[in-house]
Design a protein around this ligand. Sequence first.
Ligand SMILES: Nc1ncnc2c1ncn2[C@@H]1O[C@H](COP(=O)(O)OP(=O)(O)O)[C@@H](O)[C@H]1O
Ligand SMILES: [Mg+2]
Length: 248
Amino acid sequence: MKPIVIAKNLTKSYTKGIRALDNVSLTVNQGKVLVVMGPSGSGKSTLIRTFNGLETFDQGEIDILGIKLDCNHNERKIQRIRKRVGMVFQQFNLFPHLSILENITLAPVNVQKRHRSEAEEYGMYLLGQMGIDSHAKKYPSQLSGGEQQRVAIARALALKPELLLFDEPTSALDPERINEVLDAMRRLAKQGMTMIVVTHEIGFAKDVSDQVLFMDSGKVIETSTPDLFFSNAKHDRSRKFLNQLDKN
Ligand SMILES: Nc1ncnc2c1ncn2[C@@H]1O[C@H](COP(=O)(O)OP(=O)(O)O)[C@@H](O)[C@H]1O
Ligand SMILES: [Mg+2]
């Protein structure tokens, strides 16, 4: 098994005395899906944002695809990581003035210097995979949230990433639009994509994840298989959290 992400003892404070990350360690192997859960403010976003250099950290080390980061900010390494790691946010962050296809070809053409025709062809293929190729010429505001999020996933895939990070990708969606996005993510997992997904979607976590990591107050409370975590969580705090989720 080839590790794609190895994080060791990551610690970070934004404000003195409050640890957003407190000695967090984890490993994600190639082709595996890690779901990260935990209450609001527990450090989930901070954690996955350190993996593509959107956040710095104070202590510990990260090895992503063999590129090693430590607490000394290293812009060149971060650029190398970002070329190989895609990210999908809760807010889709599409460019409103560009068409759907232009949103997808922008980075491949301008950053990766690929030929426009090839980038467009691959972009159309990805939109087809996401079930939204008929919208290629439209603008983001003409699409539903679920469609926009699938565009954001296609945009991340256009760079042919080796790892995809998702930060609550369905939290901003209407309930009836959530499954179309989760289904697209399920297909990616089946195709062997390595993914780290912050989500509270239990059905998705049960079906798709290989491991569930539960955080609270910046700490990893437990890492389990989904079977164990959802039927028999080890820790009080995890069980309390799951009970809360059930009630919502
Ligand atoms: N940019 C920031 N500046 C200061 N504090 C922050 C910032 N981002 C997050 N925090 C704090 O760090 C902690 C973890 O936040 P976050 O990683 O966003 O948690 P989660 O994604 O689990 O809700 C919280 O206490 C939050 O208030
Ligand atoms: Mg968050």
